[in-house]
Structure formats: C-alpha cells, structure tokens
Design a protein around this ligand. Sequence first.
Ligand SMILES: [Zn+2]
Length: 384
Amino acid sequence: MPQTILFDKLLLGLYELTNKQRQSPYPYPVLFQQVCQHLALQLSTSAPRTLQGWLNLFHQPIQSWWPASYALPKEFASTDSLLIHNRPSDEAVAYYYSVLSEIDATASPMYTTVAVENRLFRSLYLNLKDAYRDESNAEQREQIQQEYVQLRRFLIESPITTTNAIRRKFWSGKYVTFPNVCDFYEPCNDGQTQWSCHHCGPLHWEGNALVGIRQSICNYHPVEAEHIWQESSEREPILRIRTGIHVRTCFPGLPELFLFNQLGKRQQEQPSLLKAVELWPGVDQYDIRIEFANGMAWAIDVKDYQNPQRLLPELKTIDDRNGLDYRSAFYVIPNRWIENNPHYLPLLKSNTDLPASHNIVSSSQLLDRVDLHLKSIRKPRRKP
Ligand SMILES: [Zn+2]
C-alpha cells in the first residue's frame, strides 16, 4: 500500500467529482468527502468551508497548502495544481494514468476503476509478447509483430473512428482481432459531432470552449482553426478512444511516430547507408531500431514524460535479447518537454547510472546524431 494514500484518495475522489458524465456534484464521492474531512482538521482555520472553496484551493500549487504531516508522492510535481479550469491538471492526468493505474488493486479496492482500462491494453500486449517469445511459434513471429504494429499505429493515428473502419482494418487479424480493437473505443454520446485536435486528439466542450487532455501544452482550440476538425455521427455512429488508452498509448505515441517517419525519410534518401528502420521490434522490446550499412545498430526508446522525476525510475538498461542487440542506445525526450525546461536533461543525466553505451537526448539531438553518423560512414568520393 503506498505511503501517499491520502493524496491518491484525493485524486481518485476529484476524478469522480469532475467526471464529465456527471450532471451534478451531489452527492459528493465518498473518497472526496473523507479526504476533505481529514484535510480540514489539518488545515484548521484555513480550511475552506464550501465546495467552491475547496475547488479554489485545488487550483493552487499543491506545495502552497498541502499539510506538511502528509506525504506527497515524488512523482507529482509539487509546484503544480490538482485542477486547471475545473478539470484535472496535466500533472494530475499523468499521475492518475501512469502511477495509480499501475498499483495492484488487490492491495486496496479503491484503485480498481483506474486499473481496468490499463489492464485492457496490458493483457493483450502481454499475450502477444508471450506468443512472440514462444519457440513453437517461431514461424508466426513476423505476423505477430506485424499485427502488433498495426494495432499500435491505429490507436495512435485514429483516436476517432467507426466500427466499420475497425472491421475493415482488423477483419483478418489472428492475434489482434476486431473485438479486441473495439474494446479500446467508446461511443461518443455527447452529441452528433466529435471535435478533435491534430496535436492532442479528441476534445470536449467545457462551457463554450473546446478542451483537450493536455491543457498546459495544447489549449488553442477555436473551431475555425486549421488543426481542429470534426466528425459527424449522422451517417455512421462514431467511436472515440478511451481516455486511459488516449493518455497512455495514443498521445505519447505521436512523438514515436514522428521520429520513425523522420528516420524513414532518411532511409529512403540514403538506402545504401541506412539499412533498416524498424518500429517497436520484438513486440515493443524498445521503440525503434536502426541499422547502418557498417553493421552498427542503435536502439531508441522515446520517453514522453512532462515531469522528469516520474521518468527517472523508468531509465534502465535497454533489453538487448532476442537478436535485438545494439552498439548504442538512446533515450529520446520529445522536444516539447525540453523547450520550456532547461533543467530537464541535466537532471536526468546527473541522477541515472546507465551504461556508457546509453545516451539521453532530445528528438532533434537524436536526428543530428543520426545525420552525423551517416556522414561519417559515407565513402569519400574519389578525386578525379
Ligand atoms: Zn489540442
């Protein structure tokens, strides 16, 4: 059971309270009530007296009011607030789906709801991984890998879709079937039209503004903007990716695909120097593998974490088994997190103990390194 149980309870309670399907805040979720009672005792005279007062407090940086006697999880940036515009903040969304969903719900049933969506993708992924590693399936490996890549790309590229589109794409799937894929989507029940943003995916109305899941990095959503589009349910009911899958698979997958496409371009331009660029090799043993003409291979793993503290425990030696060995490995941080935080990379570099073959770089630094390496192995032209 985690030390930060009071914080976790508050976050779970707030999620239930601000759930967009909920018509009214009454009755307050039980967890939310319990936590506010605890906090009121600790905060004493400064404790809010109304629901609105509590909500205002939750819009403040948590370090400015959280009682010193209760633990705060180190994975939550204490300079952030729990809410932004009455919705869970980006930091709260990330904590909810990356920390809470990993907790074994048998330890405490309060974690059950959040674990469900996560298990959905995880169990399919583990089955595919087992099937891939199974020696008796050796001849099927290529197909398993191909179906996994098709699924993952579809989830990233099609946050809005229809049952027919899923059927067309997955009708012949042996390892990833049509019903498997449907499980990752839910019907759009909140109107005839679903709005979406090319940068952050499905949007919903908050008053008269459209908002997405990452309010702090993507909050410009006027209906007439070029990156905003809408899909109508008139001809065929539309489906929207489930929030947990959106947060954990779809949104972080965008920088992975971006990098893969950039590397793919280089391979097309210089096929004699860049032999192969493979996405999620060995059913996601790591994100991208590239092989150069001089026989050298690099392993690349993209880590899409806004908060470097949450990323630190994930930085381990990249798995080189199953014929996926490499000379150099790169943890790649999307530019979007580094642009506004000059301390991000130095903090990671000074707090990890990775082998010398491992590098931590931004997306643009990685592409520069690839270009430099391609240049170094290019044979010099003979002088006439
Ligand atoms: Zn957006």
